[in-house]
Design a protein around this ligand. Structure first.
Ligand code: FES
Length: 106
């Protein structure tokens, strides 16, 4: 498993799913979340990353360059995020990080 930051994720224009693999998120199950994204992935890059500063609400998933942040993501959330958001273009509102996103802001 490669742990990287957005700085070495990929080309700037390429969509990338960053799944925090730091202490708090790992304790909340983020290794399985990363594995679920890797298993489901189609046209996007998936990487484990360091702490994203949202430790109390992990596992944290950040999608760049659009800057969509999901909180408390569990492996069974991944298929919906992939299908509805990454493929379908509509973020999964129930999992958006409330400190970063206002509801119905899309
Ligand atoms: S440990 Fe994951 S956001 Fe800090």
């Amino acid at each position: 498993m490669e742990i990287g930051s957005e700085q070495n994720c990929s080309k700037p224009e390429e969509r990338c799913v960053l799944v925090c693999q730091h202490t708090s998120c790992l304790a909340a199950g983020s290794a399985a979340v990363l594995a679920a994204f890797e298993a489901a992935q189609t046209e996007f890059t998936v990487k484990g990353c360091g702490c994203q500063g949202q430790c109390s609400s992990g596992p944290t998933v950040r999608i760049i360059p659009e800057e969509t942040w999901y909180c408390r993501v569990q492996p069974n959330d991944v298929p919906l995020i992939v299908e509805q958001h990454l493929i379908g273009g509509k973020p999964v509102e129930d999992k958006l990080h409330p400190r970063i996103h206002q509801r119905f802001n899309f």
